[in-house]
Design a protein around this ligand. Structure first.
Ligand code: ZN
Length: 266
């Protein structure tokens, strides 16, 4: 038995002839290494010989990958979400991979040993989209067609147009350079963009108020009371905008709290 652990900033992938390799392709679901990239590569190259095991984790990445394993005739084993510290990933996988076997973590090793001895039939050719996605995760380029259905969504990382990719019941989005998004990771990245926009607005409003007040003080020192009154009047007119900025600050803080997500108490 050989245990291989992913290293930071590289996808851990299976390649031709069952060689385990590192990939420098785009991030998937905001991360690299990404679990779906690993599952997809095993599905492509090992097909029905693959047993994919999914444990505790947040959001819904790790759903499309086991769906690809199942689509290619492999086996998906999923930790029982009821005992997982973070039930999001196992629950999302079970929702879209009906053939997955669910079991407590303590049972999974026995299941792997039992299923590993089963004979399998040879896999057919992988679909072109799976070839494209695994090539992109590995090398950032592919001669295969990218496929999928165009959707009116821009990639949160590069702004490129995206396509909806369906693997059985699982849905994810991929841009033309290979950034890949599960629905929940896309929403989390959207929250990042909204929060950034809110802070930009708050900063601009605060800067305007600061400059108007400083100009008013400067005008008073120069005994130009009319100009001072005009600057203070403009700052006063912006009072409702500052109120909106205060509410935006609360909203931005709320987004941060929502993203951190609940953990199961231990
Ligand atoms: Zn992109």
């Amino acid at each position: 038995v050989q245990v291989v652990v992913a290293v930071p900033d590289r996808h851990l992938l299976v390649g031709a002839d069952d060689v385990v390799r590192l990939g420098g392709g785009p991030r998937e679901n905001r991360v690299r290494p990404a679990v779906d990239a690993l599952f997809r590569s095993a599905a492509r190259w090992c097909g029905p010989r693959t047993i994919g095991v999914l444990l505790s984790g947040t959001l819904d990445d790790g759903a499309a990958g086991p769906a690809a394993v199942a689509e290619r005739g492999g086996i998906a084993l999923v930790q029982d979400p009821r005992e997982a510290r973070f039930p999001g990933m196992p629950a999302a996988a079970l929702a879209v991979v009906p053939s997955a076997t669910v079991a407590p973590a303590a049972e999974l090793a026995r299941l792997i040993a039992a299923r590993a001895g089963e004979p399998v039939t040879a896999a057919g050719d992988p679909r072109e989209l799976l070839i494209w996605e695994t090539d992109m995760a590995s090398d950032g380029r592919s001669s295969a067609r990218d496929g999928g259905t165009p959707v009116a969504l821009g990639c949160p990382y590069c702004g490129g147009g995206m396509r909806e990719v369906r693997t059985g019941r699982a849905v994810h989005y991929a841009c033309h350079v290979g950034h890949s998004w599960s629905p929940q990771s896309f929403l989390a990245a959207s929250d990042d963009g909204i929060e950034e926009a809110l802070w930009t607005a708050i900063s601009a409003i605060q800067e305007k108020t600061t400059v108007l007040r400083e100009r008013a003080v400067g005008a008073e020192q120069a005994a130009d009371l009319e100009a001072a009154r005009a600057h203070r009047a403009e700052a006063e007119r912006d009072r409702p905008v500052r109120g909106e900025a205060s509410r935006a600050r609360d909203s931005a803080a709320g987004l941060t709290v929502l993203r951190s997500g609940p953990a199961r108490p231990t």
